[in-house]
Design a protein around this ligand. Structure first.
Ligand code: GUN
Length: 290
């Protein structure tokens, strides 16, 4: 069994991005610039956005943080989005989710110019991904595909089972895996799937993205399979300072010994998710998608 080291790959990609930034700056242009809009003081969102800003600094990007209190109106937020859409000094931006209940997340996502939508959440980017056009791909699906590529894992013609059909992971990753040139045979399984255990056990590549800690047990995995664990459920823990630890969707102790490759939690898909935003911002700065 080989462990897929997402932390190491993410560091490699960051180094590659930093080199590209050096080239951009050496050519007389400003560095890539990402802005993050943060509404309110949700603990998780504060942490994620702080990481995003720190990642920008690490690769030499410019970053801006735009904060609003919880009581910001939808109109005010949409007006800021229009301003950011038209800001030529900015390559891409994100609005951190979730938003307070009085603001429509869908309206906000659709207000972002697809050319600056480095989260890849806008329907135009999702649609372009579906029909195989260049697009900003959302962070986790991109991270999963890049891990598979960088570990030279054969995908073409293989039987992939994606467990979970969420808009931000299961569904897009199933589309990327079945794209022309990638060529997996993909089954999307979900909570209503019959014979789920049997279907999982037939997978050459199993992507567990259902958000249920340790759902995938040893008997559900074929000998020699590749297992990608996307789960990141916080479980209370007395062993950590924070009082919680991350659990994946795969029972690692049972599954690891049967696999050819497996992503650990933490340190597998997670670090790749962070680096994906940097990659999309670089693509935006270089105008490589649109
Ligand atoms: N909230 C949790 N994950 C994400 C993400 O990838 N992007 C945004 N904008 N909000 C999030």
């Amino acid at each position: 069994m080989q462990l897929i080291d997402g932390k190491k790959v993410a560091e490699e990609i960051k180094k590659e991005i930093a080199l590209e930034v050096d080239k951009i700056v050496a050519s007389g242009k400003r560095p890539p610039h990402l802005a993050a809009v943060l509404v309110g003081h949700d603990g998780g969102s504060e942490t994620y956005v702080a990481y995003k800003i720190k990642d920008c600094e690490a690769v030499g990007f410019r970053s801006s943080l735009i904060r609003y209190e919880d009581d910001v109106t939808e109109e005010e937020l949409l007006s800021k989005i229009t301003e950011l859409n038209n800001d030529n000094e900015l390559d891409g931006f994100i609005v951190q989710l979730p938003l307070p209940k009085h603001i429509s997340e869908q309206k906000v996502i659709e207000a972002i110019d697809p050319k600056k939508d480095v989260d890849g959440f806008h329907p135009v980017n999702v649609g372009r991904t579906v029909i195989g056009l260049p697009a900003y791909v959302s962070a986790t699906p991109y991270g999963i595909m890049e891990l598979i590529r960088r570990y030279n894992i054969e995908i073409s013609g293989r039987n992939c089972v994606v467990v979970g059909r969420s808009q931000i992971v299961g569904r897009p990753v199933s589309i990327l895996l079945s794209q022309k040139g990638v060529d997996a045979t993909v089954t999307v399984a979900h909570s209503r799937t019959k014979n789920l255990e049997k279907i999982c056990a037939e997978a050459d590549i199993l992507v567990a993205a259902l958000g249920s800690p340790e759902f995938v047990k040893g008997h559900m995995v074929k000998e020699g399979a590749v297992v990608i664990d996307v789960g990141t459920t916080r479980i209370p823990s007395k062993e950590t300072k924070s009082g919680w630890k991350l659990k994946g969707d795969v029972m690692f102790s049972e599954v690891a010994e049967k696999c050819s490759f497996i992503t650990p939690v933490p340190g597998g898909v997670g670090p790749m998710t962070r680096v994906s935003l940097l990659k999309n911002t670089l693509l935006a700065a270089k105008k490589e998608i649109y």
